[in-house]
Write a protein of this length. Sequence first.
Length: 291
Amino acid sequence: MSPKPLALKILDWLSLILLAVATYLVFFYAPMERVMGNVQRVFYFHVATGWVGYLAFYAAVINGILVLKQGQGNSRPWNIIAWITGVIGFLAYGMYRSREIAALEGIGVGLMLVASFSGGIGYGLSRKQDGLHWDVIGLAAVELGLVFSFINIVTGAIWARPAWNTWWTWDPRLVTATIMELIYFAYMMLRQGIENPLQRARFGAVYAILGFVSVPLSYFSISIWRSIHPVVFGAENPEAKASPGLTSDMRVVFFFSLIVFTIIFIDLFWNRIRLGHFTEKIAQRKMESLS
């Protein structure tokens, strides 16, 4: 086993330190919310883990496409698309913030998502790795997505008990988030039933791509159906209950938690990818010794 890179060691310690700082800020710096009281503090972890879960499943889609392409292709068109859509999306979102043109918000965010997607494909193709390499990374993304999404659901239940007087209600956000979790859990079961590595990689890639439909469905469920689930910044659905306005201190802790959990995700992702590649090498050597 090759030694752990210095950068990863630093990232390990940085993740632990930042998590400790975030925990301190959540419990001792952020003011207590007047309506919900201390249980509102779970909100900072709940939203951050939900965001990271979505991010992980998004990464699984990119790796799924790279698996299907066997890591081969011209990366330049993808990079050009990434730059063009990224710049236009950034400008559109900037105009929304300065001119308050509501339509430009969705356009800007959408274009920046396209840019990140195209950039990920372009970067992957430039690496010239085979499909099995990207399958290891895709599997790592799904596993982490399952873990963080599960934490998101559990912390939501902790908040719901005092807020709604029940651990569970058939709210659209809760239902769609649970369906998303079960869909990707089935992805893991599908892989267990396929022995051929190439077939397992291709079936897993197709499933990860199709299963991603559940992610935007979960995110936009509040806007699509009547929901009592609170939202962070306003509510497009008049039936949804917007969370109380965040104070400046609350916003600092909120965005700091998002950044911290993103860094933790990157750290765990990197470690899980290394473990996956080591596992694949061991499996290959076992096959070679048996042949």
